[in-house]
Design a protein around this ligand. Structure first.
Ligand SMILES: [Zn+2]
Length: 139
């Protein structure tokens, strides 16, 4: 209990926002992790709180826990170093900018994947998909 309180204080800005949001969603477990299911298509990690779609894959849950670990490392700096850049990066890709750059090549996402243990597999898989699409465009 003391450990959770200390982590909550260390990650206060993001955990407080996460706690407020969590009030509105169902707490559950996915792939051995505590998550909150919501009806949005994207996922979000705010300190101790991870929000995922109901059909989230193991990769998505693990990736969000990678962000959760980043939060533990960075404490109060998380929202500035990871949260805001990650949100802007996702927004830019959603509106169609930087489509030729793999989403997971951005430092916030690559780091989360590395923490989640997906570095080699995911990099290889995504680069294969990405480069084959670039190749198709050039043909
Ligand atoms: Zn991410």
């Amino acid at each position: 209990m003391i450990k959770t309180i200390l982590i909550f204080i260390w990650t206060l800005p993001q955990s407080l926002i996460g706690w407020i949001i969590s009030i509105f969603f169902e707490k559950s477990r996915a792939y051995g992790r505590v998550v909150y299911y919501w009806n949005l298509s994207g996922a979000l990690s705010l300190g101790l709180f991870v929000f995922v779609p109901k059909d989230a894959s193991k990769f998505t849950v693990s990736h969000e826990y990678g962000h959760s670990r980043q939060s533990l490392c960075l404490g109060w700096l998380y929202l500035i170093v990871i949260g805001l850049p990650s949100f802007l990066w996702a927004s830019l890709q959603t509106i169609g900018l930087f489509r030729n750059v793999c989403y997971y090549d951005f430092y916030t996402e690559r780091w989360a994947n590395k923490i989640a243990g997906y570095t080699c597999y995911l990099d290889r898989a995504l680069r294969k998909i990405f480069y084959s699409k670039v190749k198709e465009k050039n043909e």
